[in-house]
Ligand binder design. Structure first.
Ligand SMILES: *Cc1c(COP(=O)(O)O)cnc(C)c1O
Length: 231
């Protein structure tokens, strides 16, 4: 159930405070951390809340769910895909998402490049890296990230903004922190090796945004802390 807007606003203010506090603790400018509202499993009105609150973008896990919601609202908000994408849905995804944070294979990138070219656009992406080495998570293995970046940089209709990771589920907070630190180290290495700037690090969710910000996150993807528990 989506809360009333006033309740959402209180929650969003609280999330903003958490971001500010985490930034202060690591001497970072809060303007350098974007709050991406994850609207998956909530109705299209959740995207309207995000827009009304002044957020730039929302995140959706599934292509079809995002496409359906976009048809139901005129909210002035960008839509980003944060869930696993199969190459056979590349056309639908490129047509409906301003950025795809979950690019994790050369095959998918080639498919996105092809459809972006046909759509006359450049498709911004983040490369999803399994920096926590979690067998349950998608994302390219850290040792393969350089090759995937190389493949992406060779495509004319793909723009790589940075990297994305999901931390392994664990009761031990140091597990997430290590996964975030690892993503930053991978980014720094790839930047050195390729010269690509890769400014964005999409990492941190409702439960672990502070650790992610401490390790350099520039985008926190937050669902339940904004909208409540998902059904
Ligand atoms: C659901 C989801 C989130 C948000 O998780 P919360 O714990 O609800 O904040 C962030 N990133 C991805 C990839 C997700 O699937």
């Amino acid at each position: 159930m989506l809360p009333e807007y006033d309740e959402f606003k209180r929650r969003a203010d609280a999330v903003r405070m958490r971001i500010s506090a985490a930034c202060a603790a690591s001497h970072r400018d809060p303007g350098g951390v974007e709050l991406l509202a994850v609207t998956k499993m909530f109705p299209a009105a959740a995207a309207e809340y995000a827009a009304r609150y002044g957020l730039r973008a929302v995140g959706e896990n599934r292509v079809q769910e995002g496409v359906e919601k976009q048809a139901q609202t005129t909210a002035h908000v960008a839509w980003e895909l944060i869930g696993h994408l199969q190459s056979n849905k590349a056309r639908l995804a490129a047509g409906h998402f301003s950025r795809i944070q979950s690019a994790d294979s050369a095959k998918l990138l080639a498919a996105l490049d092809r459809v972006a070219s046909e759509l006359g656009k450049t498709q911004p992406v983040l490369l999803q890296v399994n920096s926590g080495l979690d067998p349950a998570k998608s994302g390219v293995e850290p040792g393969e990230a350089g090759r995937l970046l190389e493949a992406a940089l060779a495509l004319r209709h793909i723009r790589v903004d940075g990297l994305m990771a999901i931390a392994p589920l664990s009761d031990d907070p140091s597990v997430a922190r290590r996964a975030f630190a690892s993503l930053r180290e991978i980014r720094d290495r790839l930047t050195r090796e390729s010269g690509a700037a890769l400014p964005e690090l999409s990492m941190g969710m409702s439960g672990d945004m502070e650790a992610a910000i401490g390790e350099g996150s520039t985008i926190v993807r937050v669902g339940s802390a904004l909208f409540g528990a998902r059904a």
